[in-house]
Design a binder for this molecule. Structure first.
Ligand SMILES: Nc1ncnc2c1ncn2[C@@H]1O[C@H](COP(=O)(O)OP(=O)(O)O)[C@@H](O)[C@H]1O
Ligand SMILES: [Mg+2]
Length: 595
């Protein structure tokens, strides 16, 4: 006799259940989705013991009649699609007709439901997937599903659950996500009688953001609402100053179904490119409305994944929509001088305002008179600072036609300048990075990155794995102004570099650049890094460094070029600030000058 036997129906049910029901939060998700599909306007979720003892979802939706309430528990029974064609244009959150069957298979489940057309409701009770009771019962219109003792018959599953706190937080996430994107539905979540989320019906998503994240965050959100080419993206994203260390607050939805989509996340981050640090993530609530024909959500039983037919189109649409919205905001970073002053004068630090930051050096202070010697433009250059004379300041403003007066360089890193309104502190490296980055981008967009042939070709070699990755990326590098060709197994010969990088013309610097290039996330993972990532790195390598002493003209040039950066000069391509503006008004207030 052969070894293969057909599995018994209950075993099949149990295996299938594992795909949909991983933890209490999976149940919460499926039940909420059913309530939303049933057009409920209020959905209440009550948990006991983080959902392990009891998960109850109460809705005021359309309800079910007796027959449907029984059928609903069978696998692959659904009211949401009928034919194969329907599968390609799904408009509801559910469609696979297996959630209730899967949940029932691993719990004791009770449905109490009534439709508008019926005087009396129905109660169905099942245990481990077997229906035990079907009876009439008095009930309000809508459906209440209660799941007791989840995984009572699947002890292995129970072992895989995390702590109560973790399990509860997953359920909080689910309710949060749906509360945010369905403003016209009221959501509540409680555990052991403690209310955790209360998000009443609202007029718009922003009000929901207030319920979930509070007014302070909501005030720092930027609205997105862009339609183009059959795509509609709407919702809110946080200003670059409001970020988190994880992607948890990046709520993304496709046709209001929340999804896990790297493409969507990356497109958003690409929209923010260079506006904040690597490893920081924005808060966002964004829904993409797209023709159901253009996507496939039937990738996995949890319906969390989505595939786009035209990934490039979707990526660019999202990224550009966000970019545009962000750039239309006033994003100039401003120092919170009052807060700095508070820290400096707080009793803990013991620093008095008059002494703040002034340390007495051994050397005698530079006499004031020497700073205004007309004959010497560069009056004072020590290792630490360069201070310009008044004449020099006005020469620069006129010659370079810059709106700021440059005072000088401090700590071989910061340029100090001012105009009638603000005092500016410029990070020379970050600022120069931004300038070079923009130049690269504009050359690239106009079709050609200017290159410079090296006096002598340079040979670099890599460990074999890196060499392979580099080979994969050669085409792209050669499009970006380099001339690099393989030279044997693990070596490469470099004949030209982009003009902007002409400073990087020796083996050590080029090797370092390529090493870092190979470390870029994009190069390592997707193998197709974004041009942005590479330009940011190129700009970084070619820019003025921290510790470079600048003369007056170099400073003026830098400031002049800063002013011609077309978009967002206030951040370097990695997202660090380039300029801090301190309003003179604030400074006056700090020095207790009220007039
Ligand atoms: N809260 C509810 N209100 C009304 N009908 C419901 C509710 N939950 C489930 N149903 C009905 O039960 C069917 C099966 O639900 P489910 O197993 O989740 O599959 P699906 O949602 O994929 O159709 C649904 O198609 C729907 O007709
Ligand atoms: Mg469902």
């Amino acid at each position: 006799m052969g070894k293969i036997v057909k599995l018994d129906k209950l075993i099949i049910e149990r295996i299938a259940a594992g795909e949909v029901v991983e933890r209490p939060a999976s149940v919460v998700k499926e039940l909420i989705e059913n309530s939303i599909d049933a057009e409920a306007s209020t959905i209440r979720v009550e948990l006991s013991d983080a959902g392990l003892k009891k998960i109850r979802v109460i809705d005021n939706g359309v309800g079910m009649d007796k027959d449907d309430a029984v059928k609903a528990l069978e696998r692959y029974t659904t009211s949401k699609i009928k034919s194969l064609e329907d599968l390609y244009c799904i408009k509801t959150l559910g469609f696979r007709g297996e959630a209730l069957a899967s949940i029932a298979a691993v719990s004791r489940l009770e449905i109490v439901t009534r439709t508008q057309n019926s005087e009396i409701g129905t109660r169905v009770v099942a245990e481990g997937g077997v229906i035990k009771i079907v009876e009439p019962i008095g009930a309000p219109i809508g459906t209440t599903v209660t799941v007791y003792d989840l995984f009572f018959n699947a002890p292995a599953r129970l072992k895989f659950l995390k702590s109560r706190t973790v399990e509860l937080s997953h359920s909080v996430d689910i309710v949060t996500k749906y509360a945010l994107i369905f403003p016209d539905i009221s959501f509540e979540l409680s555990n052991d009688g403690t209310q955790l989320i209360s998000s009443p019906q609202a007029d718009n998503i922003l009000e929901k953001i207030v319920h979930i994240y509070g007014t302070e965050i909501a005030r720092n959100m930027i609205q997105i609402d862009v339609v183009s080419d059959n795509l509609h993206l709407y919702g809110y994203v946080s200003k670059p100053s409001v970020t988190r260390s994880t992607k948890k607050a990046m709520h993304v939805y496709v046709n209001k179904r929340f999804v896990i989509s790297n493409l969507f996340h990356n497109a958003i981050l690409d929209g923010y490119r260079s506006m904040f640090f690597r490893g920081r993530y924005p808060i966002c609530v964004l829904n993409l409305e797209i023709d159901p024909n253009e996507i496939d959500v039937n990738v996995h039983p949890t319906k969390l994944e989505v595939k786009f037919k035209d990934e490039n189109k979707v990526f660019h649409f999202i990224s550009e929509a966000i970019r545009e919205a962000l750039l239309s905001e006033e994003l100039e970073p401003e120092v919170d001088v009052e807060r700095i002053a508070e820290i400096e004068t707080s009793p803990q630090t013991g620093i008095q305002p008059t002494q703040a930051n002034i340390t007495r050096s051994e050397q005698p202070p530079v006499p004031i008179s020497s700073q205004i010697t007309p004959s010497k433009p560069l009056v004072q250059t020590t290792l630490e600072k360069t201070i310009l004379s008044i004449e020099e300041i006005s020469r620069l403003t006129q010659q370079y036609k810059i709106p700021w007066n440059i005072v000088g360089q401090v700590a071989k890193l910061f340029i100090i300048a001012y105009d009638d309104e603000n005092m500016y502190i410029i990070d020379q490296h970050a600022a120069h990075e931004r300038i070079l980055y923009e130049k690269l981008l504009s050359e690239y967009e106009s079709g050609e990155i200017k290159k410079q042939t090296l006096l002598e070709p340079i040979l670099v070699s890599f460990p074999i794995r890196e060499a392979l990755i580099l080979k994969d990326n050669l085409d792209m590098l050669n499009k970006l102004g380099f001339e690099i060709a393989p030279f044997g197994e693990d070596s490469f010969v470099i004949r030209a570099v982009p003009v902007i990088m002409k400073k990087v013309d020796n083996m050590n610097d080029l090797k370092e650049f390529l090493d870092e290039l190979l470390e870029l996330e994009g190069v390592k993972r997707r193998k197709i890094p974004s041009v942005h990532e590479i330009f940011a790195l190129m700009a970084c390598k070619a820019a003025i460094k921290d510790n470079d002493v600048l003369d007056a003209d170099m400073m003026a040039n830098l400031i002049k070029e800063m002013h011609s950066v077309p978009k967002d000069p206030y951040h370097c391509p990695h997202g660090r600030p380039t300029i801090l503006a301190i309003p003179l008004k604030k400074l006056r207030r700090l020095f207790k000058r009220t007039a």
